[in-house]
Write a protein that binds this ligand. Structure first.
Ligand code: ARG
Length: 580
C-alpha cells in the first residue's frame, strides 16, 4: 500500500476516535481500503467516502465529514476539507515531494518491494513446452507472464518455484523413434535440431496415412505404439533416443530463453511423474471416486456440471489430467506451496477446472490454492496462427527480427551510440515483451511491428527511452560542477512534478495489485504512466540549469523516476539500457 494512504488512514482513525468516542474503533487498515482517488484533481489527492461509516456511527456522511475535517490538523502533511459526504485531502506539495523522493531513493532499488510473502511459497508452472516441437509465438505469453509473476512474487518476499512442466510424454515419442529408425540419421538430426525432428514426425504421419490407404495395414502406427511401450517399460535404447530428442529440444529452447532472460528452477515434466501415477490411481480408487465407463476409468463430475475427468484410457494409459494430478500432489509434498499457478492458455480452462475439482474431491484443502492463470490468443499482423494450416511464426525468428529492426532504428536515430548491438537486443526483445504484457492477459493480442517498435506510442522502447533520458539527465548533472546545495522541495510544487510524484508514490500498490490479480499488465501500465508523467515534467521544467536547490530537487526526482522505471521494467522482464 502507498505510504500516504497509511498516514492518512492513521489521521482519520485518530480523528474518529476523538469525535465519536462512544463508537467502536475503526481499524486504520480498513479505512485505508476505503480511500479513493478523486475523479478531478481539483478535489485533492485522496478522498474518504464518509457514507462508509454512516451505519456504524449512526450519522449522516455530511456530518461525519465535517467532524473529521475539524479534527484533523496535520499542516506538515496535508489539508483536510469536507466536500459533500467526502473528506478530501490535499497534500502539502513540498512535504509530499520530500517524502516520496526520499522514500524511493533510500530504498536503493527496492522501492515497491515488500515482505508480505515471507515464509510463503508460490509455484509457477509456465512456458511448459512440448518436446520435439519448435517454440512458436503461441508460447510467448505463458513464458513472459509466468516469468514476470515470478519476479513480482519474489519482489514481495515470497519464495517462488518456476516450473517448466515439459510435455514429454505420449505415443508421439514412440512414433518419432520409429520414424528416426526408418528414415533418420544422427548427423542430420544433430544439425537440424527440432526442425529436423518435426520433419521426421510429419513424414511418419504421411507414410502411415498412405499405408493405411493403400493396404489398410497399420504397421507403422503399431510400431510407434510398440516403441512408446518400450519407453514406458524403461528399455535402455528407446530411453536413450527419447532423452536425446528431449535434449535437442531443450537446447533449441535454451537459445530463446537466453534471449528473453527467462529461467526455471525445475524442468520436471510429464514423464517425471511416470512412476508417481500408481498413487493417484490407488487414492482415487480408495476414496471411491473412480468409475469405469466404456472400459476407461473416469471421475464423474456431473455434480459440478462438468464432463467426467478421464484418468485411464481403455488400455490403461494415463492422460494429461492424470499427470497433472500427480504433479500437483508432488508439488504440494515437495514445496508446500501457498499457491500453485498454472499459466496456460484460456483454451485449457475446462481441463483445469476438471482436475482441480478432482483434487478437491480427494479431500485436499490446498485444491483451493490451485489457480489457472489464463490468457488470450496471439495473432501476427492480423493473421491467426495455425500449425495445421502451416502458418507459424517461430519465436526465435521473431526475436531475431526484433533485434534487426531495433538496430536499424538505432542506426538512424543515434548513429554514435556505443555498443549498438547490445542496445538493439535490449530494445528489440523489450518491444516484444512489452507488447505481450501490455494489456490484461485474458485479452487476445495482435502483434504488429509498427506498433511494438514505435518510440512515441505506449511501447517498450518508449518506456526504455524515458529511462535512458533520466540517466542522461543524471550524467549531465554529475558532469556539471555546480556548488553543492540542499534540495529545495518547494521546487517540485508545480502540477507536472506533483503528477509524477503521485504516480511514483502509487507504484508499490501497483506491484501488490499485480500479484493479487496475477496480472503483470498492471506493472506495465504503472511504468508507462511514470514514463509519460516524467516526460511532461521534463518538457515543462528546467532541471540541471534551474536555480540551486530547485535543481537538486528536480535531479532527485529524476533519479526517483529512473529508479521506478528500472524496477518496473525488471518486473515485467525487460532490460533498461542507460543510453539509447
Ligand atoms: N505442454 C502443455 C501445452 O503445450 C502445457 C502444460 C501446462 N502445464 C500443465 N501443468 N498442464 O499445451
Amino acid at each position: 500500500m502507498d505510504d500516504m494512504k497509511i498516514t492518512l488512514s492513521g489521521l482519520i482513525a485518530d480523528a474518529l476516535a476523538a469525535a465519536f468516542p462512544d463508537a467502536p474503533a475503526q481499524p486504520a487498515a480498513e479505512i485505508a481500503g476505503y480511500l479513493e482517488v478523486p475523479p478531478e484533481k481539483e478535489m485533492g489527492d485522496y478522498a474518504f467516502p464518509c457514507f462508509r461509516l454512516s451505519k456504524t456511527l449512526r450519522k449522516g456522511p455530511l456530518q461525519i465529514a465535517q467532524a473529521l475535517a475539524q479534527g484533523i490538523s496535520a499542516p506538515d502533511v496535508c489539508e483536510a476539507r469536507a466536500l459533500g459526504g467526502y473528506l478530501n485531502f490535499f497534500f502539502r506539495r513540498d512535504a509530499f515531494a520530500r517524502r516520496t523522493v526520499e522514500k524511493v531513493l533510500s530504498a536503493q532499488g527496492r522501492f515497491g518491494a515488500a515482505d508480505i510473502g515471507n515464509g510463503r511459497t508460490v509455484c509457477i508452472d509456465y512456458s511448459s513446452i512440448n518436446i520435439a516441437k519448435r517454440f512458436h509465438i503461441g508460447h510467448l505469453s505463458t513464458t513472459m507472464i509466468g516469468h514476470s509473476l515470478k519476479r513480482i512474487f519474489d519482489f514481495l518476499g515470497y519464495a517462488t518455484v518456476g516450473i517448466n512442466h515439459l510435455g514429454d510424454w505420449g505415443t508421439q515419442f514412440g512414433k518419432l523413434i520409429s520414424a528416426y529408425r526408418r528414415w533418420g540419421n544422427r548427423e542430420e538430426i544433430e544439425r537440424g535440431g527440432v526442425e529436423a525432428l518435426s520433419r521426421l514426425y510429419v513424414k511418419f504421419h504421411e507414410e502411415a496415412g498412405a499405408q493405411e490407404k493403400a493396404t489398410g495395414a497399420h504397421t507403422l502406427e503399431d510400431e510407434g505404439r510398440a516403441y512408446f511401450k518400450a519407453i514406458e517399460d524403461g528399455d535402455p535404447e528407446a530411453l536413450r533416443l527419447f532423452n536425446w530428442f528431449k535434449e535437442l529440444t531443450l537446447r533449441d529452447c535454451a537459445r530463446v530463453y537466453d534471449l528473453l532472460g527467462v529461467t526455471f528452477d525445475s524442468y520436471a515434466g510429464e514423464s517425471f511423474y511416470n512412476d508417481k501415477m500408481g498413487r493417484v490411481i490407488d487414492e482415487l480408487r480408495d476414496k471411491g471416486l473412480l468409475t469405469v465407463s466404456e472400459g476407461a476409468s473416469i471421475v464423474d463430475l456431473s455434480d459440478a456440471d462438468m464432463p467426467p475427468c478421464l484418468i485411464l484410457k481403455k488400455d490403461g494409459a494415463t492422460l494429461y489430467a492424470t499427470r497433472d494430478i500427480a504433479a500437483a500432489l508432488y508439488r504440494a509434498d515437495t514445496y508446500r506451496f501457498d499457491k500453485c499457478l498454472y499459466v496456460v492458455a484460456y483454451q485449457q480452462d475446462l481441463h483445469f477446472r476438471q482436475w482441480f475439482k478432482v483434487v478437491e474431491k480427494m479431500g485436499y484443502p490446498w485444491a483451493a490454492d490451485l489457480v489457472h492463470v489464463a490468457f488470450g490468443m496471439i495473432s501476427y499482423e492480423g493473421q491467426t496462427l495455425s500449425t495445421r494450416k502451416g502458418y507459424v511464426v517461430y519465436l526465435e525468428d521473431l526475436l531475431r527480427r526484433a533485434q534487426e529492426k531495433a538496430l536499424a532504428i538505432i542506426e538512424e536515430k543515434s548513429p554514435n551510440l556505443a555498443d549498438k548491438e547490445t542496445v538493439a537486443r535490449q530494445v528489440g526483445i523489450g518491444a516484444v515483451i512489452y507488447a505481450d504484457l501490455q494489456n490484461n492477459r485474458i485479452k487476445d493480442i495482435d502483434f504488429w511491428w509498427d506498433r511494438a517498435l514505435n518510440f512515441d506510442g505506449e511501447t517498450g522502447p518508449y518506456v526504455q527511452y524515458t529511462h535512458a533520458r533520466c540517466c542522461s539527465v543524471l550524467r549531465k548533472a554529475a558532469e556539471q560542477a555546480a556548488p553543492p546545495a540542499e534540495p529545495a522541495y518547494e521546487g517540485l510544487s508545480d502540477d507536472w512534478a506533483q503528477d509524477l510524484l503521485r504516480i511514483i508514490s502509487r507504484f508499490p500498490e501497483a506491484v501488490a495489485d499485480a500479484a493479487d490479480k496475477y496480472e503483470p499488465s498492471i506493472v506495465t501500465r504503472a511504468v508507462t504512466d511514470v514514463a509519460k508523467a516524467y516526460n511532461k515534467f521534463y518538457y515543462e521544467n528546467r532541471i540541471i540549469d534551474a536555480e540551486p536547490g530547485v535543481r537538486e530537487a528536480r535531479i532527485r526526482l529524476t533519479d526517483a523516476a529512473r529508479d521506478v522505471l528500472r524496477t518496473g521494467l525488471y518486473l515485467i522482464g525487460m532490460e533498461a539500457p542507460e543510453r539509447m
